[in-house]
Design a protein around this ligand. Structure first.
Ligand code: ATP
Ligand code: MG
Length: 750
């Protein structure tokens, strides 16, 4: 169980203590209209997790009330996802469609009570009659139909005597309710389509608001946990159960925040668009945030559950940094998987003074990992090293192989470059080198040769050619809207990489750390003996900053130990203390705290800024992203800006003078010119716009330009709110205050 109790577990505990329920029953109720994504993983971990923690049970319920979009292949994918995450519904697999008769009977009961009526207004009229937030709606004239007429019409709707949209069944509640959802909500609509389970038995299908509460009640669910967008539906949920006077105990609905991750789209509709448009290879494309995608890519269920645990359960929506998920998988694999060698871009090295071949003893794990095991690593005269690990004209701080500087071959010998062979175009084709027999790893090194780093390599004669698939974020924008934001470089296939023999396995279900490169998984679909294929699960470090094409500078001179780039080195005591302080006192997330604590320059700068302005989280964000990028190339003394200026910048973000997007632009300018952030804001007119008189006309324009989406939104697709907000923000060049835009757009669209 997680350390700190979340608000849902608090409710559950109180309900058990008060005797409201004997057993806790939750449910995970997906609609089988697409593959589940990591947002569903959060819901699964909450629902199944709570049931497990309180010795109850969790039902898996396919919420299949929208037949035109549903399919058994999605049912299978949902079952697979729940199982893969390690949960079990035992015998409790249900389908809302199994309750169609029962739900229908409840509808008849409501009609007989005079609490439901058949309405024959058109869709458009229904929308019009509903009114607005500021204006009461008006009731349809059909609400006056007699009980007999309603019963007769509803029967005929069910039998398929009418066309789609001709009639609907509505609850008779209150057309002037403040909560617009309560203005006579729809209970049933006509859909003359085949249902993948119920066949052609039904021409009417219940709406979510009617089916969900009754399904929960029927299954004896106690806590119906859903995401925040259903907050306003809670009143209908209660109304239905109360009006029908159902025998207690009855379920209650509680809402929690939806998971959103940056650089990711997380709605089945958008994912379907990517799959159907062949922008990805299928639902299990390793770049997708689907469970099937993560699974194929090589993520472990533990890492995903840890992630869900870390982000916690909140009552307000927020955006989680995808780096946090990446941290979780790295953290999980760091101590679990063997470390081996792979060369992505081979450069041949011929060791002129070496003859024959030998097998080196190479442990799979470093000393600080409590796992054991080793393999025989073949070494011979011809090897491949990574092209990047040799520089003829090295920049300052380059610690790998150069004509002057020897390097250690990981688990092997030190080599020295003797000759650089080039083709007619001046490209390096080969290095001729010498090895130093006395420098063998694992024995007393008596060579007396000093090196500053160790690099990976493979024996050319023993290595196996493999295909490596490197993945980058699928979207280039932090908050992508759709396919127009796809990152064209999200997949890079390397056909001619080489791995050491130990990496070749019989059955493809293995994960490795390729030293200094990242974590990799045998692709479960395409891996074969002829063509072994490896998916990159995640790099060794958060490498999103690499886009600036800054070469990583070498470790600082005081680092005596030969550092293997990217290997997770245990923290020193001081670093641990900082890490604790950052996570516990400052409430930074682990990834950010880790970055800061391990980097002396960064943490010093961070604390300097904090002394000027106390806003630990916001400051940490800008330091680990923006400032860190600068410090990769520069020393503290070379920075154009001072801690005061960063404090000033963060203050402006915090008080909503500028948006975070604009803050990035200001930072760019400031780091080049050293100008004061306030001045930049003023001279470029970047102040965040919160004035509704300015924002409203832009909203109106966006609304006018997108009549189709307005329709869809008004018809109930509330997720389009994000689309409208995004468009408005875009139109203002990111200057509009997102909170204000959100509020105004919601009002405008009601
Ligand atoms: P989508 O928009 O992706 O289709 P949905 O909410 O319509 O999502 P459902 O299949 O209806 O998908 O959802 C099943 C359950 O998973 C619901 O209880 C829903 O609240 C929850 N869920 C869906 N997306 C998320 C998310 N991003 N974070 C947390 N829970 C989610
Ligand atoms: Mg849905």
């Amino acid at each position: 169980m997680s350390k700190k109790k979340d608000f849902l577990r608090t409710i559950v505990e109180n309900d058990l203590k008060s005797g409201k329920y004997k057993e806790i029953i939750t449910r995970f109720p997906p609609e089988p209209n697409g593959f589940p994504h990591i947002g569903h993983a959060k819901s699964i971990s909450i629902n199944f997790g709570i049931a497990r923690d309180y010795n109850g049970h969790c039902n898996l319920r396919m919420d299949d009330t929208n037949p035109s979009k549903e399919d058994t292949k999605y049912v299978q994918a949902l079952e697979d996802a729940v199982k893969w995450l390690g949960f079990d519904w035992n015998d409790n697999l249900y389908f809302t469609s199994d309750y169609f008769s029962l739900i229908h009977d409840y509808a008849i009961k409501l009609i007989k009570m005079g609490k439901a009526y058949v309405d024959s207004l058109t869709e458009e009229e229904i929308r019009e009659y509903r009114g607005t937030v500021t204006q009461a709606g008006k009731r349809s004239k059909y609400a006056k139909r007699s009980i007999e007429e309603n019963l007769d019409l509803f029967q005929r709707m069910k039998n398929g005597e009418f066309k789609d949209g001709e009639h609907v069944l509505r609850a008779k509640i209150d057309m002037s309710a403040a909560n617009m959802k309560m203005r006579d909500p729809l209970l049933y609509r006509i859909r003359n389509v085949h249902h993948f389970r119920a066949g052609n038995a039904w021409s009417v299908y219940p709406m979510y608001d009617f089916a969900h509460c009754l399904s929960d009640y029927t299954e004896g669910v106690t806590h119906s946990l859903c995401t925040l967008e259903f907050e306003n539906n809670r009143e209908i949920y209660d109304w239905v159960l109360d009006t029908l006077e159902l025998k207690p105990p009855r379920p209650y609905q509680y809402e929690f925040a939806r998971l959103n991750i940056n650089y990711t789209v997380m709605s089945k509709r958008k994912l379907l668009e990517l799959v159907e448009g062949n922008y990805v290879s299928g639902w299990d494309d390793p770049r997708l945030p689907t469970i099937a995608g993560y699974r194929r890519r090589g993520y472990t269920p533990e890492s995903i559950l840890n992630f869900c645990d870390q982000i916690g359960i909140a009552k307000a929506n927020s955006m989680v940094d995808v780096a946090q998920l990446e941290f979780c998988i790295r953290d999980d694999l760091n101590k679990k998987v063997p470390r081996v060698m792979c060369v992505l871009n081979p450069l041949k090295v011929t060791i002129e003074n070496y003859e024959g071949a030998e097998e080196l003893d190479a442990p799979y794990y470093p000393d600080d990992v409590p796992k054991e095991g080793s393999r025989k690593l073949p070494f011979s005269k011809e090897i491949f090293i990574e092209r990047e690990d040799f520089e003829e004209n090295p920049p300052k701080g380059y610690f790998r192989l150069t004509p002057e500087q020897p390097v250690r071959l990981r688990h092997g010998y030190i080599i020295t470059c003797k000759e650089v062979v080039k083709d007619d175009n001046g490209n390096i084709t080969e290095i001729k080198a010498q090895y130093h027999a006395a420098s063998k790893s694992g024995s007393q090194d008596t060579s007396g040769i000093k090196v500053k780093s160790a690099i990976q390599w493979v024996s050319a004669t023993h290595a196996k050619k493999v295909e490596i698939r490197l993945y980058d974020r699928l979207f280039k924008n932090e908050i992508p809207e759709g396919i127009e934001d796809l990152n064209p470089d999200s997949l890079k296939i390397i056909k001619n990489a080489f791995v050491e023999p130990a990496v070749i396995i019989e059955k493809p279900d293995e994960r490795f750390q390729f030293e200094r490169v990242g974590y990799f998984y045998t692709d479960p679909v395409d891996y074969s003996d002829e063509k072994p294929v490896f998916n990159q699960i995640v790099g060794l470090k958060d490498s999103w900053g690499k886009k600036t094409k800054v070469k990583k500078t070498a470790p600082k001179p005081q680092t005596k130990k030969v550092q293997i780039d990217g290997e997770v080195i245990p923290m020193s005591n001081e670093q641990k203390i900082l890490f604790e302080k950052y996570t516990n006192d400052f409430k930074l997330n682990k990834e950010i705290a880790n970055t800061l604590a391990r980097d002396e320059k960064l943490s010093k700068f961070y604390e300097d800024v904090l002394r000027k302005y106390n806003s630990p989280v916001s400051i940490a964000n800008i330091i680990t992203n923006e400032v860190a990028r600068e410090l990769k190339q520069k020393e503290l003394t070379e920075l154009k800006f001072r801690p005061e200026q960063i404090a000033e910048l963060v203050k402006m973000i915090d008080d909503a003078t500028i948006s975070t997007k604009i803050a990035k632009d200001i930072f760019e300018a400031m780091s080049k010119s050293g100008e004061e952030p306030k001045q930049i804001v003023e001279s470029k007119g970047l102040v965040q716009i919160s004035d509704s008189a300015i924002i409203l006309p832009i909203i109106e324009e966006v609304i006018a330009k997108n009549p189709d989406n307005v329709e869809k939104f008004k018809a109930g697709n509330t997720k389009l709110l994000g689309f409208f907000v995004g468009q408005v923000l875009k139109a203002t060049g990111g200057k509009a205050n997102p909170k204000v835009v959100n509020k105004l757009v919601s009002e405008k669209l009601k």
